[in-house]
Design a binder for this molecule. Structure first.
Ligand code: UTP
Length: 300
């Protein structure tokens, strides 16, 4: 058993250019796109807070105002809703501002996810911390982050989350070469490769947007050269940690079998919205019959 300090900090990178979602993301971060009735980022912050990570640092880029404004109070709007006695809408806007203190750091040049994580170095200090990607949603009914925290506390290194994908889709993800560890339900990561060609992928286990990182990752990121896409890749830094020795080395993985929604590209975003809207307590009952009728009309 390791003596790692308790994990309390979450880092949420949201400074990418979102090129897969242009033109919607020309002036607005993709993390602000609504998923049913809330921006994607709100689900992610709520997930961190629900897992006990009370100190949230968001890495923002250009157009960061929308992100900051969303988690800030708007007194004029609150007074207006209060005067109308519209408690429900009032609660809905307060939900985002009551999630706790959110800190912001700017990544002036989006040089890649690894570089975005490095921007958190000063705020995080010398403790293990979580990274949650702002466009990757984990269904709140399925547990992932607290399991990863427990595995990190046990192994003392870094922990990633993997999900099985169809082998032909693996080249859209980071991919892990893993080995079973006796007596536990997590695996050891032997190697990682970012977006491999299908015939060169070591497995069909894709890296998804949740990480529990040992602060040693910052030392590695300081010298990680730009990799795939000319970006400083977090995957490359984790590959180095996976094969290193000493304090903070080693990478383990939790294989997630729950529901995940990717809001970073157009098709998976639409699928995420339909899935969650069908289950939404106010919208589901009205959406389902319409959806059935609509899909039946497509078959004609
Ligand atoms: P992605 O690769 O999905 O984001 O990064 P992107 O670069 O914005 O997307 P496309 O490919 O151009 O459409 C995963 C996460 O890392 C953040 C993104 O905001 C996203 O949440 N990121 C990426 C940064 O914060 N900084 C970067 O330099 C790159």
């Amino acid at each position: 058993m390791s003596s790692s300090p308790r994990v309390t900090k979450a880092v949420i990178p949201a400074a990418g250019l979102g090129t897969r979602f242009l033109p919607a993301t020309k002036a607005m971060p993709k993390e602000m796109l609504p998923v049913v009735d809330k921006p994607a980022i709100q689900y992610v912050v709520a997930e961190a807070v629900n897992a006990g990570l009370t100190d949230v640092l968001m890495i923002t880029g250009r157009s960061k105002r929308a992100l900051e404004d969303h988690f800030d109070r708007v007194p004029a709007l609150e007074h207006n809703l209060m005067a109308k006695g519209d408690e429900k809408k009032l609660r809905s806007i307060q939900e985002a501002t009551e999630l706790g203190d959110i800190h912001y750091v700017r990544q002036s040049d989006p040089k890649g996810l690894g570089h975005a994580v490095l921007c958190a170095k000063q705020h995080v200090g010398n403790q293990p911390f979580a990274v949650l990607l702002g466009d990757d949603l984990i269904d709140e009914r399925d547990e992932l982050l607290s399991t990863m925290i427990a595995v990190q506390e046990r192994t003392g290194g870094s922990v990633i989350a993997l999900m099985e994908v169809e082998p032909e889709n693996i080249s859209a993800y980071g991919c892990a070469d893993v080995a079973a560890v006796n007596g536990v339900d997590f695996v050891r990561v032997n190697g990682l490769v970012e977006k491999p060609a299908v015939d060169e992928a070591p497995s069909n286990l894709a890296v998804i947007g949740r990480y529990l990182l040992h602060p040693r990752v910052f030392d590695v990121l300081e010298h990680t050269e730009p990799g795939r896409g000319n970006e400083i890749q977090l995957t490359d830094a984790l590959q180095e940690l996976a094969t290193a020795d000493g304090e903070g080395a080693g990478v383990h993985a939790v294989v997630f079998r729950g529901r995940r929604y990717d809001t970073g590209d157009k098709l998976s975003y639409l699928q995420a919205i339909i899935t969650l809207a069908v289950e939404h307590e106010e919208l589901g009952d009205r959406l389902k019959p319409w959806l059935s009728e609509f899909t039946a009309s497509l078959d004609k």
